[in-house]
Design a protein around this ligand. Structure first.
Ligand SMILES: Nc1ncnc2c1ncn2[C@@H]1O[C@H](COP(=O)(O)OP(=O)(O)OP(=O)(O)O)[C@@H](O)[C@H]1O
Ligand SMILES: [Mg+2]
Length: 244
């Protein structure tokens, strides 16, 4: 599946999605469209609302608007309920426990949504798929930064999710780790749909079928990586940002 085709089915859609924190409108009337099979990237300056948007997709109650996932409204559902429906997230902040081994970490994640028997099978498949076999018995606390990120991605995969949200998976990685992450996202995309938040434009170009740009809580532009990244309005917000 290429996922880049506009004719593939809509997997997720938001309508006028809005989140206010007191006087701050973090997400402001967002109409977002995701097709089955895509790698869809969200970009935008710091504070644009990308992480808040992910939080809304995974259980944070919106101030207004709707989230439709495969025809069902999911706004404000409990996080484990959303995971059961097939949406998983690797958060911007670390969510692994240093004292657990890689295998135990995957198991804890899988058991949140699966029976023990299914969880065991999913964990084994995930270790295989992400080539984590050599470090499966090691404590997460001693791993390199890149390996920890892959374990966190593995925790989402082990939940069997069909839509995977990755909030800054390549941040702080070496160029070798970034290259491995590009490969990994391509591999995961063979049978899962992915939304990625990232700041690294080279990385965005390598992985994305489509890109949506957030700015001040709103969608500024959406389209193919080439179209979006050459859009002068998009260039302007980044230039404005680095000059600030
Ligand atoms: N819990 C909160 N309470 C108050 N304001 C918040 C809260 N969470 C986010 N915000 C504000 O909402 C806006 C959007 O923040 P968000 O973290 O979604 O941005 P982001 O696009 O993920 O930024 P970054 O690229 O730096 O991760 C910011 O102004 C932020 O300060
Ligand atoms: Mg963020």
């Amino acid at each position: 599946m290429t996922g880049s085709s506009d004719t593939s089915a809509i997997m997720l859609q938001t309508r006028d999605l809005t989140k206010r924190f007191g006087g701050v409108v973090a997400v402001d009337g967002v109409n977002f469209l995701l097709h089955e099979g895509e790698v869809h990237s969200l970009i935008g300056p710091n504070g644009a609302g990308k992480t808040t948007f992910f939080k809304l997709l995974t259980g944070l109650k919106p101030s207004a608007g709707e989230i439709i996932y495969r025809g069902r409204s999911i706004a404000g559902l409990m996080p484990h309920e959303i995971a059961r429906q097939g949406i998983g997230i690797k958060k911007q902040v670390p969510s692994v426990f240093d004292g657990l081994t890689v295998e135990e970490s995957l198991m804890v994640a899988a058991l949140r949504v699966r029976s023990r028997r299914t969880a065991t099978a999913e964990v084994a498949a995930t270790i295989d798929r992400l080539k984590l076999g050599e470090i499966a018995g090691k404590q997460v606390g001693i791993l390199a930064h890149g390996q920890r990120q892959w374990v966190e991605i593995g925790m989402v995969l082990a939940q069997g999710c069909e839509l995977i949200l990755l909030d800054e998976p390549a941040a702080g990685m070496t160029s070798e780790e970034v290259a491995r992450t590009v490969e990994l996202i391509g591999d995961i995309n063979r049978d899962r749909t992915i939304i990625v938040v990232e700041h690294d434009m080279k990385f965005i170009r390598m992985i994305s079928h489509r890109v949506t740009v957030f700015h001040q809580g709103r969608i500024l532009a959406a389209g193919t990586p080439d179209d979006v990244l050459s859009d002068h309005r998009v260039k302007d917000i980044y230039i404005g940002n680095s000059a600030a």
